[in-house]
Write a protein that binds this ligand. Structure first.
Ligand SMILES: [Zn+2]
Length: 241
């Protein structure tokens, strides 16, 4: 069976997580012509400031604004855990769509869902590359898919947690920052009431990361494996050498 291929898949626990953590990077990849699939592990229900179903519509609008496709797995908001079936959900999408880059968010546990998504995606990426699942019992979820090895797994910084003391690289998103804000503003249900100042917080972080590298806005990432370049001149200029 053949499914649509995507160059990039970005997994978030809830709708809006990927936008907040790496919306500028997603917009930049799309501008470069890369096909991007956003995956939310759950539908984000119940949402704090909206009736059931509103958040899903806002998530679709945000994906449209960014120029990506979007799909949702059926885990339950607030109860997300690194289970075998959650790993299979991630592994199945990777085996179906064969991305070279996979992104997710890195959380250490302020919100348990944000901690769980990191483990689920790390483990799902590993499961995706293994052959012979048909010889393992109760693995129907992967039926009809083939092993797929991605090139890189990158983690964005969970915005509910304290800043990272260091990161592996940052993406200059100055040129696509307006797109990120547009996508985030699609979630009126999230950025209202007592959470109305969240957008300012996100912007402050992106400005801070940008200031470290001498650009207006940047998004920080860590890599699962050491990063290798064949040419040390590929990096953009830095602030202090
Ligand atoms: Zn979230």
């Amino acid at each position: 069976m053949s499914w649509k291929s995507y160059d990039v898949i970005a997994f978030g626990a809830h709708p809006d997580d990927v936008e907040a953590v790496m919306g500028g990077t997603v917009a930049k990849l799309v501008e470069k012509g890369r096909s991007v699939l956003l995956v939310d592990l759950c539908d984000g229900e119940p949402a704090r400031h909206a009736a059931r179903g509103v958040r899903a519509m806002q998530a679709q609008k945000a994906a449209q604004l960014l120029g990506t496709d979007r799909t949702t797995l059926s885990l339950q908001d607030r109860l997300i855990q690194d289970t075998i079936s959650a790993r299979f959900g991630v592994a199945r999408l990777i085996r179906m769509h064969k991305p070279s880059l996979v992104f997710t968010t890195s959380g250490s546990g302020v919100h348990p869902d944000h901690k769980a998504v990191t483990d689920i995606v790390v483990n799902g990426v590993f499961y995706a590359r293994l052959p012979k699942w048909e010889e393992v019992p109760e693995t129907e979820a992967l039926e009809g898919t083939e092993a797929h090895e991605i090139k890189h797994l990158f983690f964005g910084h969970c915005r509910m947690e304290p800043p990272w003391p260091n990161f592996d690289f940052a993406v200059d998103v100055t040129g696509t920052y307006e797109k990120k804000l547009e996508a985030l503003r699609a979630y009126e249900a999230v950025f209202s009431g007592d959470q109305a100042t969240l957008l300012d917080k996100y912007m402050a972080e992106d400005r801070y990361i940008g200031s470290l590298a001498g650009v207006q806005y940047a998004e920080a990432f860590r890599a699962r494996s050491p990063l290798l370049v064949s040419d040390p001149e590929v990096f953009s200029g830095s602030r202090f050498g």
